[in-house]
Design a protein around this ligand. Structure first.
Ligand SMILES: Cc1ncc(COP(=O)(O)O)c(C=O)c1O
Length: 392
């Protein structure tokens, strides 16, 4: 009954576990949810005020399909200030979340059978979006040895005449890895020799730790005319529900993406666009405070997991995820990441995501975008449950 396209789609593993967790919460179980990829903060006050003001000023009509000029101009200023990236407002499309930005660009550039290189472990929407467009995912597997980062050599060897695009993310969901400036530059040295597009999902770009020297793919003149940069306000400004993301790239590609959006959803919410304008253009201190707090939580959760027998991890440098290897705690009955996630949900009442959902068996994704109190309690519970599993 379904189209082949719909039949191919997999349910997001993150949604599956959090769905089970939500059902338990609805039944009154005290579940600590570390499975979601969203800040636990509320949207900062000045951003909410801007949305109220937008309603009062009757900014409640359709806007220009690609987004209000003031927001697109503010995005350009912010990208210049934060990442030294040069865009003009006509190169920016505001969408209903970075998810829609990614879809627009993939639909604009990927034809049936085109190869899209995708580093793994991968955020599930990336391969599914490529699949919806009819593209063929070419996985670039990474592991702990390479700190879950693709190498220039691996990239070079994977590129074929059919390669249409590299879908790159930095920092990476689910591993929390972040490529520094010289690691990105080494990949660019390969990319500049081959004609393929680079869709660069940099939604977590402002969430990097330990002074990581971040460099955007869009800041390299050698490949600038083939890079499409995707960012948004969801993660950095605690605005997941407002659904505002944006893509920036060569005008001809953006024009096609504009048409695709025009025939699917039209403009992103007018009110949310004004809120995003206040976020991007307004004071950044709330973001700095949130980042400092994530950094403390990251240190805490790393210490706790380092002390758990059978568990080890590569230190994450970005986003808000720990991606521990849990092979050492699996048993004859609890023998997969999915069964372990389920065990932790039932036994410890803590929701985490199995690595298999990102194409990486033997790992869990644990979000530390939760209060310190919740993290302490969650780590206590996980530790206890794992001890029990070991003794069973
Ligand atoms: C890597 C990555 N890209 C994009 C998104 C989507 O962000 P948005 O809320 O702006 O659609 C997410 C959200 O989880 C993500 O993890």
């Amino acid at each position: 009954m379904l189209s082949a396209r719909a039949a191919r789609l997999k349910e997001s593993a993150t949604i599956k576990v959090s769905g089970a967790a939500k059902r338990m919460i609805a039944e009154g179980v005290d579940v600590i949810n570390l499975s979601m990829g969203e800040p636990d903060y509320n949207t900062p006050e000045h951003i909410k005020q801007a949305a109220h003001a937008a309603i009062d000023a009757n900014h409640t009509h359709y806007t220009i399909n690609r987004g209000i000029p003031a927001l697109r101009e503010a995005v350009c200023r912010r990208l210049k200030a934060d990442f030294n990236v040069d865009y003009t407002a006509d190169q920016v499309i505001v969408s209903s979340g970075a998810k829609q930005s990614l879809f627009n660009i993939i639909m604009a550039l990927v034809d049936e059978g085109d190869e899209v290189l995708l580093p793994y472990p991968a955020w599930p929407t990336h391969p599914e979006a490529i699949g919806i467009a009819g593209g063929k995912v070419v996985p670039l597997y990474t592991d702990e040895k390479s700190h879950f980062k693709i190498t220039p050599r691996q990239l070079e060897e994977a590129i074929t005449p059919q390669s249409r695009m590299l879908l790159f993310s930095n920092p990476v969901n689910p591993t929390g890895m972040a490529y520094n400036d010289s690691e990105v530059a080494a990949l660019v040295d390969v990319l500049k020799k081959h004609h393929l597009y680079i869709l660069s999902d940099e939604i977590y770009a402002r969430l990097c730790y330990d002074g990581l020297a971040y460099r955007s793919m869009a800041s390299f003149p050698e490949i600038y005319d083939r890079v499409i940069l995707v960012q948004g306000v969801s993660k950095a400004y605690a605005m997941t529900g407002w659904r505002i993301g944006f893509s920036c790239g060569p005008a001809a590609i953006m024009k096609a993406a504009d048409k695709i959006q025009g025939h699917s959803t039209s403009n992103a919410s007018s009110i949310a666009q004004y809120a995003a304008l206040a976020a991007v253009d307004g004071p950044q201190d709330a973001l700095d405070d949130m980042l400092a707090t994530y950094a403390k939580r990251r240190t805490y959760i790393m210490q706790r997991f380092a002390a758990m027998p059978g568990v080890h991890y590569v230190e994450p440098q970005g986003a808000f995820y720990l991606f521990p290897n849990i092979n050492g705690v699996l048993t004859d009955t609890v023998d997969t990441s999915e069964k372990l996630a389920l065990y932790l949900l039932e036994e410890a009442h803590v929701a985490v995501v199995p690595g298999i959902g990102f194409g990486a068996e033997g790992f869990l994704r644990i979000s530390y975008a939760a209060s310190m109190e919740q993290l302490e309690e969650a780590c206590d519970r996980i530790e206890k449950a794992l001890n029990k599993l070991r003794k069973a």
